[in-house]
Design a protein around this ligand. Sequence first.
Ligand SMILES: O=C(O)[C@H]1O[C@H](OP(=O)(O)OP(=O)(O)OC[C@H]2O[C@@H](n3ccc(=O)[nH]c3=O)[C@H](O)[C@@H]2O)[C@H](O)[C@@H](O)[C@H]1O
Length: 441
Amino acid sequence: MPPSVPDNFPSTPGKVKMERSNYFGRFASRWHSTASARLLSCSAILLALTLFVLFRMSLYNGADQYLTRVTPIPQAFKPDHVWETQVRQSCLPKKSEGLIVLVTGAAGFVGTHVSLALKKRGDGVLGIDNFNSYYEVSLKRARQELLEKQEIFIIEDDINNKELLKVLFDLIQFTHLMHLAAQAGVRYAMQNPGSYVHSNIAGFVTLLEACKDASPQPAIVWASSSSVYGLNSKVPFSESDRTDQPASLYAATKKAGEEIAHTYNHIYGLSITGLRFFTVYGPWGRPDMAYFSFTRDILKGKPISIFQGANKQDLARDFTYIDDVVKGCMASLDTAGKSTGSGGKKKGPAPLRIFNLGNTSPVTVPNLVSILEKYLKVKAKKNTIKMPRNGDVPFTHANVSLAHAQLGYNPTTNLDVGLKRFVKWYLSYHGLEPSLKSQRS
Ligand SMILES: O=C(O)[C@H]1O[C@H](OP(=O)(O)OP(=O)(O)OC[C@H]2O[C@@H](n3ccc(=O)[nH]c3=O)[C@H](O)[C@@H]2O)[C@H](O)[C@@H](O)[C@H]1O
């Protein structure tokens, strides 16, 4: 049988394999001359095919495990009348000139607080959240209840669901997108890298695609992270400092988000503001964060691990109270400036901004623990251990002069005051101090 590909067809440009091919042909024809050799060849082909199929299956299962462990796969989307009514009502501003904001990650920590603040001042707010199981879903449900009481509807879906976003952006002319949905956590990135790519990169691009196609395009404010400063040792961290040395995959995906934002601003005229949050804490916070998990373990009498850096140096964070961050988010929305494009076409340059939202006064982790002990009235069982090599950085410290000048940002809550409010909420939320049950913070 003539070969389907000429013998001298190069496998890569500039390489001709004629000699090897002829040699192989002669060798093969000798093998095929006996019946036993034919049987052997068939078995070898079968074995190779089986191994190939098994290999592909293992690859598929591997990727699937990363995507489904915390992140439900988006389903096809079919709106109905009830859904449309809920969406429209939630988006209706209660004041003239009110914003219409789509908040992603609305059942998350910062998302809940920002949604409530927007609604309180009369803006229209619609949430979207996939309620993944990275931490207790019951806490996300409790936050959702808070929002529902204020007539804020949360669509339960994934930001990667293009069909849903298309329907939504056709239905509502959002003035702003407040994008807070993310796979958070610095250390978890080593266990589940795929979920960071899925939420922080693929999810962000899916949203930006929906925004750039919208007419008119909304302005976008989104959560970057102090972690982009990585191994930067110049303090305090300014927006113009280098951010090309991420210490974790989480940080790398946030940094990628900043570059992706630049692209969409440049090509499509989207107004985009990135906010570098510095270890945000407070009532309704995230149970995976140290202040929260320390509180839980101290109350249970369980030991806590306090990490130390090189030369037994205490680690420090510029812990930032939630109410200060919310003010920074609101000011960013109010000053965002318009996107200039529509339907995927840029009409002119649009704002591209990045701001630090920190507290400007770092506190060491042992000091954080002392404050918790004071308000919990319980002594912690402390194990001081060397910082694991899992993406942590030794300290963070924000310079917020840019946010102060352009947003009027001025953090006013120190860690002592903020943790006092957190502990009060924590005890109330867990029914440990019944008299406080009705209070929110
Ligand atoms: O600003 C951000 O961009 C990030 O802030 C937050 O990350 P981090 O600053 O690392 O906060 P967090 O985990 O509370 O650890 C606090 C300190 O406790 C130390 N730490 C932690 C755990 C432990 O068991 N022991 C310990 O000493 C630990 O070494 C650290 O020194 C968000 O989680 C992240 O999503 C992102 O938003």
